[in-house]
Write a protein that binds this ligand. Structure first.
Ligand code: FPP
Ligand code: K
Length: 497
């Protein structure tokens, strides 16, 4: 077998989006001059393209168009005002750039000169994450359902058959199901919507009758009824915070388990005139859109990418994204905000304005695009190749697992969400109104109309060995798990009210 190609001085920089045969366009002397000047931004905007770049040589117009401005010059624009934020950004860039321009971990490279996905090492890392933890990890006790979810989802994304974990998953979550409904972090802990979300997704990934039957749906209905608030939102726990995570987690569980949309008789929100789980929810989510177009945890808070995904996920469970997103959000403001999260030249995403790139936002922001594209009918709103480069070049930990950024340690959370983001760059999904007639017209069935449309045909920097599996755009588990689960619960009778 031929040795894996190593990056040489003649290989393209990973900041160039072109395959190895394409000529690069070097910056002109005039551009270097402008970038070093005080009025850099003003001068750049008045300079013509011809002033800024050397001749593109053999690159076609199409190839030129694919190379974004900053990728061409490979020098980020610096604001001359120095702040704590700009210093952190500069320091971060210094740490990251060597990984984008070279190969400090000495990983084998794919045909585009980008490190290959270290699948075997990442699988071994997640297998370990499902094992025992030393005492110092006791503080993660309440996050146990998350550890299981992140690990199983990451393994599934890499094509690993998780059926060996089925019995353990059923056993673990039968112990953490609360007697009054919902799941806590561990045995004896109070139920919480985040733990419940992670538990239900883990259980449906494990799959099978015993797994489905381990969930007490009727008690779950009552637990979710307790979380519903008169405002339309959901609290994460009894007397807990009301935020957009709660709304997304609650609707995920309601939809997958086919729980009645009607609130249980005991739900406190009934005293305020609400009768269903979706009452007032759309307007409450609208109120979470902040002045800058992003989505915040609750009305009035700072926008954050993780909450954008929760908001879009929740709206996409309430109905077809084209309807619900356009009805409740200012889409052009949202698209503007989401686009601004892709860092250049890093290629990965940050979570909020003026903060640092982090591999987990490959999913929290990257995963918003398939949903936005289904609502806006505009493809290619984001730079998939740049995100792929960040994930493969800068977010793989040498020994296995994926990370926030170089210098950080791998964990199951960053492994799961980097891989979900990588999947989003590779696959295309469409929302097919007419697809699943068997579910036609039943409650919260919108998420079952997504169809895998094949690998993304545009510019790519991943090789065949770097492909990860499709991930359901709303529930972030394999499609199979989503459809098997809903089919199982589809004909279940409603509960006695
Ligand atoms: C800021 O952390 C992070 C947040 C404000 C939100 C975190 C929430 C999630 C990651 C997921 C929620 C989703 C569900 C389904 C429960 P930071 O200040 O450390 O990071 P930053 O500098 O990147 O903003
Ligand atoms: K962070």
């Amino acid at each position: 077998m031929a040795a894996s190609p190593r990056r040489t001085s003649r290989s393209p920089s990973p900041l160039s989006s072109s395959p190895p045969t394409t000529a690069e366009q070097p910056p002109s002397a005039r551009l270097e001059e402008i970038l070093n000047s005080e009025n850099c931004i003003e001068e750049l905007s008045s300079a013509s393209e011809d002033d800024l770049y050397e001749d593109m040589g053999t690159a076609t117009l199409e190839e030129q168009a694919n190379i974004t401005y900053l990728e061409k010059v490979r020098i980020p624009i610096h604001d001359s005002l120095t702040t704590e934020t700009s210093e952190a950004q500069n320091e971060t860039l210094e740490i990251i750039l060597p990984y984008l321009e070279g190969n400090p971990n000495d990983l084998p490279l794919n045909i585009f000169g980008i490190p290959e996905l270290q699948r075997k090492k990442h699988i071994a890392f997640l297998q370990q994450a499902l094992g025992d933890y030393p005492g110092a990890f006791a503080l993660l006790d309440a996050s146990r359902p998350w550890l299981v979810y992140w690990s199983l989802q990451g393994l599934s994304a890499m094509g690993y058959d998780i059926s060996e974990y089925q019995d353990r998953v059923i056993h673990t979550f039968s112990l953490v199901q609360h007697p009054s409904g919902g799941y806590g972090g561990g045995f004896g802990q109070l139920p919480h919507l985040a733990a419940t979300y992670a538990a239900v997704l883990s259980i449906i990934m494990a799959g099978g009758t015993a797994a489905y039957e381990s969930i007490d749906r009727e008690k779950m209905w009552h637990f979710l009824g307790e979380m519903k608030q008169p405002s339309g939102g959901f609290t994460m726990a009894a007397q807990g915070e009301e935020d957009i995570r709660g709304a997304y987690c609650a609707l995920t569980v309601l939809s997958l388990l086919h729980i009645p949309l009607e609130l249980p008789p005991s739900a406190p929100a009934r005293a305020h005139g609400l009768t269903t789980f979706t009452d007032n929810l759309g307007p409450w989510i609208s109120a979470c859109q902040s002045f800058d177009g992003g989505m915040s945890a609750a009305p009035g808070n700072e926008a954050h990418g993780a909450y954008a995904f929760c908001a879009l996920g929740c709206l996409s469970i309430m109905g077809p994204p084209k309807q619900t997103l356009n009805a409740h959000l200012d889409m052009s403001a949202l698209i503007h905000w989401l686009s601004a999260r892709q860092c250049s030249p890093e290629g990965g995403y940050n979570g909020r304005t003026n903060k640092l790139v982090d591999g987990c936002y490959s999913h929290w922001v990257g995963g918003c695009w398939p949903i936005v594209e289904a609502a806006a009918s505009t493809p290619n709103l984001w730079n998939r190749a740049a995100l792929t480069r960040y994930i493969l070049s800068a977010a793989q930990f040498k020994k296995g697992g994926l990370i926030d950024k170089p210098g950080k340690r791998a964990d199951a959370y960053h492994t799961c969400y980097n891989l979900a983001g990588l999947s989003a760059t590779q696959h295309t999904y469409t929302y097919e109104e007419t697809m699943l007639e068997e579910l036609g017209g039943s409650e919260l069935d919108a998420p079952y109309y997504w169809k895998v449309h094949g690998l993304h045909g545009g510019e790519r920097v991943w090789g065949d060995g770097d492909v990860v599996d499709e991930v359901h755009p709303i529930f972030v588990v394999p499609f199979r798990a989503v459809h098997d689960c809903r089919r199982y619960f589809e004909d279940m009778k409603s509960f006695d009210r």
